[in-house]
Design a protein around this ligand. Structure first.
Ligand code: ATP
Length: 309
């Protein structure tokens, strides 16, 4: 678990993190969202002990990062937003080097390096020199380095930057696998559809303040109103028929168009199924009927205040 207590960071003339307190429970994949300069990188660097906070503290699995940096760091895998790799090493040598630095036992290093190379999809580049890798491949290697020592907490700053579509899909699968293995993951990203695919919770940060954070579904309920669902429909034939049908049941027709539309619905699946059957029985020629959910992008737009530092 990650606990932030009254955390602040001031640079010369900028407050990058303002009195931030929150908890990220075990097993979450927490998506950190915010405009450029929101304080995301600063926050992640404080969490892994690379930056001293001006005030407050971070606990990683109960360990105070400031007082016990080395112990906390043994629990953390960190991928920086900009990092360099050693060009003159082969892929396997780079990971082997860090496996030794992380003090994996000699007996397990070979197998672990092979496992990580497979996890990051670089099997065919195992013996390639790093200088010849593409940007996205170097990014994958950075992720590989961050997970080598099986950290319980992963802090990834813009891990999808530079990755091709397949690598982004692979990253989603890898993050879910790490979570299934018990890791807690914090990912900062501007690629909201990616966060949508793997985040269990999100935090919206602006000007050093965490405006809102929590489980994605809880935030959806807050934005939409708990228990309110949105049903999208499409049909053939006159819209007047559809509007009359819904209005008779006191369902809002505000967003019902000529051929398609949406309406709010506040009951369970049983009643939704009955409504669908009744629409068909009433002669409405439905071509679409499904529930939609707010995307993380829509949530972000609603939760953020659009302020840029
Ligand atoms: P981005 O999405 O662009 O990566 P971010 O959310 O990660 O942005 P930070 O890099 O944490 O934001 O920066 C937060 C604020 O702190 C910005 O105003 C930035 O200019 C400032 N800042 C960051 N690092 C320093 C530094 N070393 N010295 C002075 N100011 C800094």
């Amino acid at each position: 678990m990650i606990i932030l207590e009254n955390l602040s960071k001031e640079y010369d003339d900028v407050t990058a993190v303002r009195n931030l307190s929150m908890e990220i429970p075990d097993g979450e994949i927490f998506g950190l969202i915010g405009p450029n300069g929101a304080g995301k990188t600063t926050l992640l660097r404080i969490c892994c002990g690379l930056l001293e906070p001006t005030a407050g503290r971070v606990l990683i699995n109960g360990i105070d990062v400031r007082g016990n940096t080395a112990a906390a760091q043994s629990e953390i895998g960190y991928l920086s937003d900009f990092f360099s790799v050693y060009d003159d090493l082969k892929v396997w040598e780079y990971l082997d080097y860090f496996a030794r630095a992380y003090q994996l036992t000699p007996a397990e290093i070979k197998a672990r390096v092979a496992e990580v190379i497979s996890d990051i999809g670089l099997e065919t580049k195992r013996d390639a020199m790093i200088r010849g890798l593409s940007r996205g491949m170097k990014q994958r290697l950075g992720i590989g380095r961050a997970i080598l020592h099986r950290p319980k907490v992963l802090l990834l700053d813009e891990p999808a930057s530079g990755l091709d579509p397949q690598a982004r899909i692979d990253l989603r699968i890898l993050l879910k696998k790490l979570r299934d293995g018990g890791a807690t993951v914090v990912v900062s990203s501007h690629i909201l559809p990616d966060l949508e695919a793997f985040s269990t919770s999100i935090g919206v940060m602006e000007r050093g303040v965490m405006l809102r954070s929590g489980r994605v579904n809880t935030l959806r309920d807050e934005v939409e109103g708990a228990g309110t669902r949105t049903i999208e429909i499409a049909w053939l034939g006159p819209a007047s028929h559809v509007k009359r049908f819904l209005a008779d049941r006191e369902i809002s027709v505000e967003a019902i168009g000529d051929r398609e539309g949406a309406f709010p619905f506040s009951a369970d699946d049983d009643e939704l199924s009955t409504l669908l059957a009744d629409m068909v029985a009433a002669g409405i020629r439905l071509t679409g009927f499904h529930e939609t959910m707010q995307t993380v992008e829509e949530l972000y737009v609603k939760l953020s205040q659009g302020q840029v530092m």
